[in-house]
Design a binder for this molecule. Structure first.
Ligand code: ADP
Ligand code: MG
Ligand code: MG
Length: 900
């Protein structure tokens, strides 16, 4: 065999590469993860705590780097360090490597900085050859055990180090068992294992062309090199890609005295979680195998037994528990669990072995858990005094919290997945498919539960989306109209399911080789992007007391106010229930899409004179006023920011011959007139056309109507609530201070008129949505006229990038793949947009030191963006009602992190 030692790179001044542990001491500690890997650092820490850890040593991750630097060779200088460490173990255990009377057996284990469970290699029982196996048999007076251990070693070493397929070994064992009529491994005796060992060695010799290595040092160095080598196996590389673990971190190698769970029926090996990782309940959760070694658990040949009596009772499989079988070892384990939780301040996932009744700890790490468990564990641990309330708040992943607020698919349910699209809005929903928004409204009114399936959606579909329990589209990305609106409404949505074919004419949907018709039932899962045939059972969200507790703590820590974007009374109620402290954005245009209102709206748009326009607006005034009264009442004195009409007018007009004909008839005008008007209003680039402030400057009567509706509603609500109502009126898309001044003047004039008519005085504020780069740069000027700013990050992103949100989906995917961009700027705030915001804040506050500044729309609920908003000193963030809890938590974390 070729040497694995490098001849280059000499002995002088080699850094410390080997760190020992055992006997209540350790060179390293939990702080040394970078050098010792998670496993090595935690073994050292457990040893320091005086827990029963088999002694050993860890070769640092620096050696991994050296190994690859020298073309997969280990540095010569490592050798004396390893020898010294082996001598230390001999001192503690009395066993020596290669000693025929008392042979030392070790495991050679992998372990990087970040946990990569099962991705790299491990070799157990190393230190056996034809001589030492006899010594082990004599020493333990157990030949069966010695040869069982030897065959395990040969198979594992051959697989990991020599690259011989382990299936070949399993085949030999299977054939032997069949021949002899054995079913389970424990039925085999000493002579059987001896025979198996002979056959294994023959196999190795045949495959390798030379005998199985008998030199123990060759074995050891072979295993060390192989474990370092496993850092670059395909599995490990793929796992790192998936979890964003850098390739240059490398693994450490831990060499540890073997303890034997396969030494009879008072020996065992198992895994324990210090709390239940799926429910969070504070009780041990785990399983074990009697008379077995670690790899037997993974092999899954035998069904493990429950750890505790309680689990035994619950499982009902009749297998005895460790608690009952080996009570002393169990008691030690239980105490160790409590101690480790305290030390690491988190749920632990622990590997242990019991050798002849005595417990040994082999690994501990933070345990993976469900969101529900994460919440319960955080709150419980804070109450138990293991962690602080701050730590509890910081421990929750805000993005995951989302899962608790929506129904989810029952993980045990069977399902036929027809297609996968983008997970655009979380939650699962089942219903009958419909292909038309009006039909969705209609069917809902008749008591059906519907899923709206569209190629893509537009503002005309909003009512239908609201009527549906879920939405699926075949086109568009994470920020398509469907995705944004669905998230805002809290409706599950799968967007851009490209493999689904929708035929709107025939009202059919084809996916996964199945054709579905209108009325067929499907389930969509907006958390994973799945379209599923039929109805799948679901779990309803339950907002536990723990949830309320954690939110209360979070609210106590956070500085940023959290508001919600809400356009309807229903949205406002959700917002309040989820703990919003006001409405940061009420988009008035959505109020006009409802059936009877759009007629008046269209009359207003089609009017050829100001006179006719005023007449149509007068019809809209009472309905708009009623909307605002309700909003103000629901929000009970909390701030409500109302944005004046923003979209280009043609969005309210019909598209397509048929729709135009229908509308013309309904309105009693000619098709020709309607078309002419549509033509007049049509723009090449409506996103940058006559909208926002530009529209309000040209049609001041719209401003007057909306302002009047707001003021009259405020007076009504004030009477009802016996509380102050201070509306915040927001002018969208301002680029020039004069635009704001002109609109503001109209608002002020309207306020005076209403005050005079009602013989009262009004309190209100006028501010602007800052959503153009020019507005950010001119914030010093604009700030002289604005009483508040609210960043509109969607438009600001579009105009900063010169990128249309509706068309970007087509190439953003490719951009991400090619590494041109790393995040979708519509999902995670872009740095340049952030820079502009910073400038806007600085220049605005320079004229108005306590200018109230918020951010609304999609980004408002993104935890990273919230962290940024905290840093630049915004007053509030505003997001969709369903994301309010996420934002409250993220805001608290941002404040806590900023204080550190
Ligand atoms: P992984 O990182 O894949 O979990 P480990 O290094 O933890 O690999 O080893 C896998 C299993 O091997 C352990 O869970 C344990 O059961 C067993 N094992 C490892 N080292 C020893 C040892 N010194 N004595 C007994 N069993 C061991
Ligand atoms: Mg392990
Ligand atoms: Mg905008």
């Amino acid at each position: 065999m070729e040497s694995v030692m490098s001849q280059a790179g000499e002995v002088e001044a080699a850094p410390r590469w080997v760190f020992t542990f055992g006997d209540g001491r350790a060179d390293g500690s939990a702080e040394d993860k970078e050098l010792l890997g998670g496993k090595g650092a935690h073994l050292a820490e457990m040893s320091r705590l005086g827990l029963p850890v088999p002694p050993g040593f860890t070769i640092s991750t620096e050696v991994c780097a050296a190994y690859y630097e020298h073309g997969r060779k280990l540095p010569e200088a490592l050798k004396p360090m390893v020898d010294e460490a082996l001598a230390k173990i001999a001192k503690i255990t009395g066993a020596r490597f290669g000693d025929i009377d008392n042979p030392l057996l070790v495991s050679v284990r992998s372990g990087g900085r970040a946990s990569m469970p099962g991705m790299m290699d491990t070799v157990l029982n190393l230190g056996l050859n034809d001589q030492t196996v006899e010594g082990l048999a004599r020493l333990t007076d157990d030949r069966r055990f010695a040869y069982d251990t030897y065959r395990r070693f040969i198979q594992m070493y051959a697989d990991v180090v020599l690259g011989i397929d382990h299936g070949l070994f399993e085949e030999i064992l299977e054939n032997y068992k069949n021949l002899k009529g054995f079913e389970l491994d424990p039925e085999l005796g000493a002579e059987d294992w001896l025979e198996i060992v002979a056959r294994y060695k023959a196999l190795v010799e045949k495959e390798l062309g030379e005998p199985f290595p008998q030199d123990l040092h060759e074995q050891l160095w072979g295993a060390i090199a192989a474990v370092f080598g496993s850092w670059q196996n395909a599995r490990a590389i793929a796992y790192r890609r998936l979890h964003d673990i850098p390739d240059d971190w490398g693994t450490a190698v831990t060499i540890q005295t073997m303890v034997f769970g396969n030494k009879g029926n008072n020996s065992a090996t198992g895994v324990v979680f210090t709390r239940n990782p799926s429910t969070g309940t504070n009780e041990l959760f785990g399983e074990f195998l009697l008379n077995a070694q670690g790899e037997d658990v993974v092999a899954g040949l035998r069904t493990p037994q429950p750890l505790t009596e309680k689990e035994r009772a619950a499982s009902g499989n009749g297998k005895e528990s460790l608690e009952a079988l080996l009570p002393e070892a169990f008691a030690t384990l239980k105490a160790a669990c409590a101690e480790l939780e305290k030390r690491f301040r988190d749920l632990q996932d622990i590997e242990f072995t019991v050798q002849e009744g005595k417990l040994f700890m082999l690994q501990t790490r933070s345990g993976k858990r469900s969101t529900q468990a994460a919440l319960k564990i955080a709150v419980d641990m804070a109450r138990e005094g293991i962690i602080t309330e701050e730590e509890a708040v910081l421990s929750m992943n805000p993005a995951q919290l989302d899962q608790l607020l929506h129904p989810t698919l029952d993980p045990n349910a069977e399902m036929t997945v027809l297609a996968k699209g983008l997970p655009a809005s979380p939650g699962a929903a089942a219903g009958e498919i419909v292909f038309d928004a009006d039909e969705a409204v209609h069917m809902k009114a008749q008591g059906h539960t519907v899923i709206l399936a569209r190629i893509e959606t537009s503002p005309e579909d909003v009512q239908g989306m609201h009527a549906a329990v879920g939405i699926i589209t075949t086109r568009g990305g994470m920020t398509s109209h469907a995705a944004v609106v669905a998230r805002g409404m809290g409706r599950p949505c799968v967007a851009g399911a490209a493999s689904v074919h929708i035929d709107l004419e025939r009202e059919t949907l084809e996916a996964g080789g199945v054709t579905l018709h209108k009325g067929d039932v499907v389930t969509i899962d907006g958390s994973s992007g799945k379209l599923i045939k039929g109805r799948v059972t679901m779990r309803q969200p339950e907002l536990s007391e723990d949830f309320a507790t954690l939110m209360k703590w979070a609210d106590g820590f956070r500085r940023l106010e959290v508001r919600a974007n809400a356009d309807t009374p229903a949205d406002a109620r959700h917002a309040r229930d989820f703990g919003a402290e006001g409405i940061g954005l009420c988009r008035t245009e959505h109020m006009f899409f409802q059936e009877h209102r759009i007629v008046a709206m269209r009359e207003m748009i089609l009017a050829e004179s100001q006179e006719a326009r005023r007449k149509a607006l007068a019809e809209l005034l009472p309905v708009q006023r009623q909307d605002f009264i309700e909003l103000f009442e629901i929000m009970a004195g909390q701030p409500v920011t109302i944005r004046l009409l923003d979209p280009p007018l043609h969005e309210f007009l019909p598209h397509g011959e048929e729709a135009i004909a229908d509308v013309a008839e309904a309105m009693g005008v000619s098709v020709a007139l309607l078309k002419r008007r549509i033509n007049v209003l049509s723009e090449f680039n409506p996103m940058l056309g006559q909208r926002g402030a530009r529209l309000l400057v040209s049609y001041p009567e719209i401003v007057e109507m909306q302002a009047r509706a707001i003021f009259e509603a405020a007076i009504e609500a004030r009477k009802e609530l016996h509380a102050r109502v201070t509306p915040e009126i927001m002018v969208p898309l301002v680029a020039v201070k004069a635009e704001l001044d002109i609109v503001k003047e109209r608002i002020t004039a309207t306020a005076r008129a209403v005050e005079k008519e009602r013989e009262t005085s009004l309190a209100y504020q006028v501010g602007t949505m800052v959503e153009l780069p020019r507005a950010c740069l001119m914030a010093g000027e604009i700030g002289q006229s604005a009483e508040f700013f609210s960043f509109g990050t969607n438009d600001l992103t579009q105009t900063t990038f010169g990128l249309s949100r509706d068309d970007a989906g087509r190439f953003l995917g490719e951009y991400a793949e090619k590494g041109i961009i790393h995040h979708d700027p519509f999902m995670t705030l872009d740095v340049a947009v952030g820079e502009l915001m910073k400038i806007g804040v600085e220049r605005g506050r320079a004229v108005h030191p306590d200018l109230k500044i918020g951010v609304c729309v999609e980004h408002g609920g993104d935890p990273e963006t919230i962290g940024f908003c905290e840093k630049i000193g915004l007053t509030y963030v505003s997001c969709s009602p369903y994301r309010v809890p996420v934002a409250r938590l993220a805001a608290a974390q941002a404040t806590l992190k900023n204080q550190r």
